[in-house]
Design a binder for this molecule. Structure first.
Ligand SMILES: *[C@@H]1O[C@H](CO)[C@@H](O)[C@H](O)[C@H]1NC(C)=O
Ligand SMILES: *[C@@H]1O[C@H](CO)[C@@H](O)[C@H](O)[C@H]1NC(C)=O
Ligand SMILES: *[C@@H]1O[C@H](CO)[C@@H](O)[C@H](O)[C@H]1NC(C)=O
Length: 437
């Protein structure tokens, strides 16, 4: 009797040990060692075989395609506004434009939005010496203007509102030649695809090879990185009152506190209602709640004991929707000393989130904003491919068709697996080229 009941147990333990060992020794699936996934599926999303990878284009990495012109057409300062990653995006564009116009670049102006309540300039965030050194041969950069120009303010050329096929040579070069020193904020839409390769290479080099955090910021960021249990997933969750208000989406089942916060942030932007709200949601316009995010995570077989770092602002709402399911969730405010945390500015916090996210084992975004684009491209640059953007559109569409439970999970798995396999969204096409695996 005893012998019979012990044996199966012994076998079960042996099998379990072997499975555990295999899981622990398997280098490509650091998250698969967990057995607590609520789904029976054996693999998580990261273990799926990819077909396409985005890698830095050869014409960029292979260096300077055209010698810099002997004579510069003038000096350009790039004026950047908004959050850290938006400023960075505009600055990268500006570097490409400066090279396109055969101009000399001066250090940019980082104008910080009132939202951040601070005054971090470029040099407070990025290592200036490193930048200048890395741009050698790609574009001329000066730290100081020559004295005859230094005393005057640059002539401002406003391109930010231009749309469509804005041609910088046609529209901006004449002002540059006339005034010698201009400032620009790059247009949102432009035909970078028409740039000569040397101008594109300058943009790519500036954005992905030449921007490094200042020594002190990097030190802080690496301390934070060290404090996070490994391996870990960095999650950029966007469910703050301003984000929800801005989206004009309506949610049911939120706590009274969240409703008050959203109302306060709404201003005159009223949410869509009725039929229109449905259409809006199905177009993928509505931020995922932490609860919905957790549901998609489960659909992707991301184990519930995965270490998750919240790369997010301080005002996240309804976070229990995630933490009630995923229990190993960490935030800056827990990991940093409280005096560090309270003294830290918005841009500094954004820089920390950026740093952690380009060094995490995997990165998931619930949105496709400036930070997400920058982080995914930087991860591709570093050869980190466990990057995924959750599809608000797929979620809305599938739920509106009435799918729930297991059926919904399966459909979400298929939708996201497809994206992951094809490397969709994992890098911006400007500087990265498709590579078939
Ligand atoms: C910039 O210089 C290159 C040669 O290095 C030249 O081919 C190009 O026409 C110049 N562009 C402008 C806008 O001056
Ligand atoms: C902005 O910063 C100042 C000084 O550090 C502080 O007194 C003020 O409360 C801050 N405002 C907001 C909205 O955080
Ligand atoms: C969160 O999602 C679960 C399904 O995963 C659902 O049963 C629950 O009601 C949701 N909670 C809220 C507050 O929406």
């Amino acid at each position: 009797m005893i012998a019979i009941s012990v044996k199966p147990l012994f076998v079960a333990i042996s099998v379990f040990s072997i499975l555990l060992l295999v899981a622990l020794l398997s280098p490509s699936t650091p998250f698969s060692s967990s057995s607590s996934s609520s789904l029976a599926r054996k693999v998580d999303i990261w273990s799926v075989k990819r077909l396409v990878e985005w890698r830095p284009c050869k014409w960029w990495l292979q260096g300077h395609l055209t010698a810099l012109p002997a004579k510069s057409n003038g000096y350009i300062r790039v004026d950047c506004y908004g959050g850290l990653n938006q400023m960075r995006r505009d600055f990268c564009d500006g570097v490409g434009i400066a090279r396109l116009l055969n101009a000399t670049l001066v250090l940019p102006k980082f104008e910080v939005a009132a939202y951040w309540n601070e005054s971090s300039g470029f040099a407070d965030v990025f290592d200036v010496d490193y930048f200048i050194q890395q741009m050698n041969g790609f574009v001329k950069v000066v730290r100081e203007l020559p004295p005859e120009i230094a005393s005057k303010e640059p002539f401002r050329v406003d391109c930010s509102k231009r749309k469509g096929q804005f041609d910088y040579i046609e529209s901006v070069l004449p002002s540059l030649l006339k005034h010698e020193y201009i400032s620009i904020t790059p247009a949102m839409s432009q035909r970078r695809d028409r740039y000569p390769k040397y101008a594109k290479a300058a943009l790519c080099q500036a954005c992905y090879s030449a921007l490094r955090l200042t020594r002190s910021l990097e030190k802080k960021a690496s301390q934070l990185l060290e404090a996070i249990p490994k391996p870990f997933l960095s999650l950029h969750l966007r469910f703050e009152p301003d984000m929800v208000a801005y989206s004009q989406c309506e949610y049911s089942g939120l706590s009274p506190a969240s409703m008050v916060a959203i109302e306060a942030a709404r201003g005159d932007r009223r949410p869509w209602t009725g039929e229109l709200a449905q259409v809006w949601r199905k177009r993928g316009k509505c931020p995922l709640t932490p609860n919905e995010t957790a549901f998609i995570f489960r659909s992707l077989s991301i184990p519930r004991d995965t270490n998750i770092y919240l790369a997010a602002g301080d005002g996240l709402m309804e976070i229990e929707g995630l933490t009630s399911l995923y229990t190993n969730v960490f935030s800056k405010s827990e990991l940093l000393s409280s005096e560090d945390f309270t003294n830290m500015h918005g841009n500094t916090k954004a820089a920390l989130d950026y740093y952690v996210s380009i060094n995490s084992d995997s990165y998931v975004a619930t949105y496709f904003g400036n930070m997400d684009k920058m982080v995914s491209a930087m991860r591709a640059y570093k050869g980190l491919y466990k990057t995924l953007f959750l599809s608000r559109r797929a979620f809305a569409e599938l739920t509106s068709r009435g799918l729930t439970g297991k059926e919904l999970m399966q459909a979400l798995w298929v939708a996201h697996k497809e994206d992951f396999v094809m490397g969709r969204g994992s890098a911006l096409p400007d500087c990265f080229c498709e590579f078939r695996l």
